[in-house]
Write a protein that binds this ligand. Structure first.
Ligand code: GN1
Ligand code: MG
Length: 341
C-alpha cells in the first residue's frame, strides 16, 4: 500500500502523525493529528467502482441542506492541494480527507435506551431534512445494494459454487439461511404493491455511524455517507434495529450473548419517529416490524455468501470471521422473528 504519509501531502502541508482509525469493513481509515485533526481514507474502489457518484450525491445533499436546513451538520470532504476532493495514488486508489469532528465518540454497541433514542433520532433527522429533495438526481453508488431478492440470488450462487468442505463447515448456517426465504417473498410483495416511497436514505445506519457528543451524549451527526442514495426507509430503520437491539455486535462469537432487548427496540423506534412520524405514510408504517428482520437477514446472507466465496469482500482478521458474523446475524434474526410482530 502507498504510505498514508505520502498521500496526506496532497492535502496538507504541515507535519502530522498518522494512526489507523475506526472499525469499517470496506475502506482503510486513518486519523491524522496536526494543528487540527483529520480523517484520511483510502476508498475501496473495488467495492465503489465509481467513487465520483458518491461525491456527486453528497454534493446534491449538501447544497439542499445548506439552503433548506442551514445549521444542520453534514460532513463533507476537503479539497486537495490540486482542488480536487479525491487524490488517486500510483496504484489507482482514490483517497479523501474529512475534518475530524471534535469532542465526539462512536460506540459499537448500544448501552442504554437513551443512547438508542438519540442515535435513531440522529439518523431520523437526516432523513427528515432530506425529505422533499428530488430523489431522481441521486444515482445508486452501489446498485441493488439492499435488494433482498438479489442478495438471496448471490447467496445461492455462492452456495452452489463453493467447495464441498466449505459448504460442510457452513452447513448449519446455510440451512438456517434457507429457512428464512419467506422474507424474500415478503419483500417482493412490499415492493410490488408500491407500499414504500422511494426516498434519499443513508443505507448504512449501523450504530457506529453516529457521532455522539462527548459531554451531552446527544447525536451530533451521521457519518459514512457513501451509500446516501435512493432507498426505502426500512433500510435505515432496519439496520438500526440490526445493530442496536443486541447487547453485542455482529462480531460476537458467543451466540448466547446475542439478545433482543425490547426496551432498546422501543427507544429506537421512538427516536426515529420523533423525526419521521409525519414524513412516513400510513402504508409505510405498516412495514416497521419487517424492517429489522429484512436488514438482519440481508447481512446474514451477505456474510455467509462472502464466507462461501472465500472472503473476498469484507476485511477479516481470522478465517472463520464471516461465518461467525453470519451465525451471529442468524441468531439475531431468529430472536427478531419471535419478538417483533
Ligand atoms: C459494511 O464498511 P462498513 O463497516 O461501513 C457494509 C455495510 C454492512 C456493514 C456491516 C459498502 O460497512 O453494508 O452493513 O459492513 N458496507 C458496504 O458491518 O458493503
Ligand atoms: Mg459504510
Amino acid at each position: 500500500m502507498i504510505s498514508p504519509r505520502e498521500v496526506i501531502r496532497h492535502f496538507l502541508t504541515e507535519e502530522v502523525t498518522i494512526t489507523p482509525f475506526g472499525s469499517g469493513h470496506i475502506h482503510k481509515t486513518f486519523k491524522v493529528a496536526g494543528r487540527k485533526n483529520f480523517v484520511l481514507q483510502r476508498v475501496n474502489n473495488n467495492v465503489f467502482k465509481q467513487p465520483e457518484i458518491i461525491a456527486q450525491n453528497n454534493r446534491l445533499a449538501y447544497e439542499y441542506l445548506k439552503e433548506k436546513h442551514p445549521g444542520f451538520l453534514f460532513p463533507t470532504t476537503l479539497s486537495g492541494i490540486d482542488g480536487k476532493d479525491l487524490y488517486y495514488d500510483a496504484q489507482g486508489f482514490p483517497w479523501r480527507v474529512f475534518e475530524m469532528i471534535e469532542n465526539t465518540f462512536t460506540m459499537d454497541e448500544v448501552a442504554s435506551e437513551a443512547d438508542a433514542f438519540e442515535a435513531a433520532k440522529g439518523f431520523g433527522s437526516l432523513a427528515r431534512n432530506l425529505h422533499g429533495i428530488e430523489v431522481e438526481g441521486f444515482k445508486p453508488t452501489l446498485p441493488r445494494f439492499h435488494d433482498l431478492s438479489w442478495r438471496y440470488e448471490q447467496f445461492t450462487e455462492a452456495w452452489q459454487q463453493a467447495a464441498e468442505s466449505t459448504k460442510q463447515a457452513a452447513r448449519a448456517e446455510i440451512e438456517q439461511a434457507h429457512s428464512f426465504q419467506f422474507l424474500v417473498t415478503e419483500y417482493q410483495q412490499l415492493i410490488q404493491r408500491g407500499s414504500l416511497v422511494l426516498r434519499v436514505t443513508h443505507n448504512d445506519t449501523k450504530i457506529n455511524n453516529i457521532l455522539f457528543d462527548s459531554l451531552s451524549r446527544k447525536a451530533v451527526c451521521a457519518i459514512d455517507l457513501d451509500t446516501l442514495m435512493p432507498g426505502y426507509f426500512i433500510y435505515d430503520l432496519g439496520d438500526m434495529v440490526r445493530t442496536f437491539v443486541s447487547p453485542v455486535s455482529e462480531e460476537e462469537k458467543d451466540l448466547s450473548k446475542v439478545r433482543f432487548r425490547e426496551s432498546i427496540y422501543r427507544a429506537l423506534l421512538d427516536g426515529y419517529l420523533s423525526e419521521m412520524d409525519f414524513v412516513l405514510t400510513d402504508e409505510e408504517k405498516q412495514s416497521i416490524p419487517f424492517a429489522g428482520k429484512m436488514m438482519t437477514y440481508i447481512m446474514a446472507l451477505r456474510f455467509l455468501a462472502d464466507y462461501l466465496n472465500g472472503n473476498i469482500y469484507y476485511h477479516i482478521t481470522y478465517p472463520e470471521q464471516n461465518l461467525v458474523r453470519a451465525a451471529n446475524q442468524l441468531k439475531l434474526l431468529q430472536l427478531l422473528q419471535q419478538s417483533v410482530a
